[in-house]
Structure formats: structure tokens, C-alpha cells
Design a protein around this ligand. Structure first.
Ligand code: G3P
Ligand code: CA
Length: 297
């Protein structure tokens, strides 16, 4: 019974979206389609594209030798085999490894072995496809942007930097290298650079006003509008449960975009999928959102 009710709701919303011609929001695969492929890898981007997502979100950090790579955590241990290959380098901080070392790591087998979303067990990820993730490499930002450009995927680059009001030297470098690469690859209109670090967001706007920047928040500042204006951000990326009618109205009326994260449950996806004040929904389950929007492939 529950299944039929859920199916009915999906079909009803899909019909509503098609008939109203509403194309918003962007469907953004969080760390790639991370429920179906190892996060922050090129395989995850390809999966997002195959599903029909508009774009993907990924996390960027700097290696010991100043190279930009995709990695969510401060350390390499959760999503690679760094602890096996480099047993004496605990706690395996990204900042303590060179790109050459990082490129020896397997960033896919952990997904196959831990099946973090149960999608291998359920058959959503067929066994041969899961096996193909073994040996997946940690991508550089350049590789991720090149693939995005080739696939026509919009990109939300999250710069991982500790929130601060003073720009840290390493954050300054992270921003400058990211901006340089985005420009060099002709991707300025295809990306959004976001960070929980207000100093990073402000610096993106200072050095690259042509590249959209967003402030990520997991708690709301007292005056979101004033804060975004002061930072030069063009969007707020709040955790989805912070979103209120008042916040959406204030921001949309002032011309700011809102990208919400990380929306995974059907009920929440349904609530936001038809809201024109939401520019994009970042989700681990783009397949669910695409089905709601009548865009499943
Ligand atoms: O960009 C939204 C979301 O990715 C922020 O949180 O921890 O998943 O990087 P996190
Ligand atoms: Ca992120």
C-alpha cells in the first residue's frame, strides 16, 4: 500500500511539473551520485550524467605539493586504501600527501566492500558495475572539470577550508588556484564555488567577481541578506532543514539563489521540488529527485 501511495505521489508531482513547464530546480548529485558510486570520483560524475542530473557537487582540498584534488574528509582513510599502502603515515591527512602518492590510492574499493547505501545489495548497482569501481583514482580538480565540460555537467565546487573571518594563507592559495583553473578551462559560467568559510567566499568574489560564489551554512547568520551582500556571494547554500518561508522570500525577492543540501528523503524532495525559489537541490539520491520531476532516464 505504502509503495502505491509513494508511486502515486511521484506520478502526480511529475505530471504537475511537466504541465506547468517548471524546470527548476537543478538536480545536483552530491559528491557525484554517491548513493550509486564512490563519492568524489569521475565514476560518480559519469553515473550522475547517466541518470540525467544537471550537475554535481564535489569537495576540493590541496595536496602537500599544492595540487587540487577531490576529497571530502581532511584525511584519506575513509574513502581510500591509504592506511594499507602507507601504514606509517597516520592520520593520512590530505595535506601530508603528494599528488603522486595520492594517485596510487584506490578510491573505489571501499564503496564496493562497505556498500554504504545498500545499493549494491539491492541490485540498484549491478555487481559488474560495482566491481568496475575498484581501482578508481582520486581525481584532480582539472580532471573533474575536464570531464564535467565533456559531459555538459554543471559543477558546484566546494572549497574545504576551516571557517574563519581572516583569510588563511592556505585558503588564499586554494581559491587562487581554483579560480585560475576554472578560468583556464572556460568554465566560469558553468560553476558555483561554495564554502563554509566566509573568508574564502569573500575572496572568490574579490579575485573573480565573474564566478558565482555561495556561502554554505549549517546554522543561519542573524542577517543572511546583509551577510551575503557583505561577502559578495550570489547564493546561500543552507542545510535544507534551515529553510523557512521567510528566508526563501527574503532571498528570492532580493535576487539571491538558494541551493539546499543534502535532501534525500522522498517527503523532503517532494516539498522542495516544486518550489521556484529553490535554484538547486543537492542530493545523494538524484535518481529519486529525477523521478519526482518526471525526468528519470
Ligand atoms: O555542499 C553541500 C554539502 O556538500 C556540504 O556538506 O559535508 O557534505 O561537504 P558536506
Ligand atoms: Ca560538499
Amino acid at each position: 500500500m505504502k509503495f502505491f501511495l509513494a508511486l502515486f505521489a511521484i506520478l502526480a508531482i511529475a505530471g504537475e511539473m511537466r504541465s506547468s513547464g517548471v524546470s527548476k530546480p537543478l538536480v545536483i548529485a552530491h559528491r557525484g551520485a554517491r548513493s550509486l558510486a564512490p563519492e568524489n570520483t569521475l565514476a560518480a560524475a559519469r553515473t550522475a550524467k547517466r541518470l540525467g542530473a544537471d550537475g554535481w557537487e564535489f569537495d576540493v582540498r590541496m595536496s602537500k605539493d599544492g595540487e587540487l584534488i577531490l576529497m571530502h574528509d581532511e584525511t584519506l582513510s575513509r574513502t581510500t586504501n591509504a592506511s594499507e599502502l602507507f601504514p606509517n603515515q597516520a592520520p593520512w591527512s590530505v595535506a601530508e600527501f603528494t599528488l603522486a602518492e595520492i594517485k596510487t590510492l584506490d578510491a573505489g574499493s571501499w564503496f564496493v566492500e562497505s556498500d554504504p547505501y545498500g545499493t549494491i545489495a539491492s541490485g540498484d548497482v549491478p555487481a559488474p558495475e560495482a566491481e568496475s569501481f575498484r581501482g578508481e583514482r582520486v581525481p584532480t580538480l582539472r580532471e573533474a572539470l575536464a570531464l564535467s565540460r565533456e559531459l555538459g555537467l554543471w559543477v558546484n565546487i566546494e572549497l574545504k577550508s576551516r571557517p574563519s573571518f581572516v583569510l588563511a594563507p592556505s585558503t588564499k592559495l586554494l581559491v587562487e588556484k581554483t579560480v585560475e583553473l576554472v578560468r583556464a578551462m572556460g568554465m566560469t559560467s558553468k560553476v558555483l564555488i561554495s564554502s563554509f568559510d566566509p573568508a574564502a567566499v569573500q575572496y572568490v568574489n574579490a579575485v573573480a567577481p565573474e564566478i558565482p560564489a555561495a556561502l554554505l551554512v549549517s546554522s543561519l547568520p542573524p542577517d543572511p541578506l546583509g551577510y551575503l551582500r557583505a561577502l559578495g556571494a550570489e547564493a546561500l547554500n543552507p542545510r535544507y532543514d534551515l529553510v523557512t518561508e521567510g528566508l526563501l522570500n527574503i532571498l528570492s525577492q532580493a535576487g539571491f539563489k538558494v541551493f539546499i543540501w543534502t535532501v534525500n528523503e522522498l517527503e523532503d524532495l517532494r516539498k522542495f521540488a516544486v518550489d521556484p525559489r529553490i535554484a538547486g537541490i543537492i542530493t545523494d539520491w538524484p535518481q529519486r529527485l529525477l523521478a519526482l520531476l518526471g525526468r528519470a532516464k
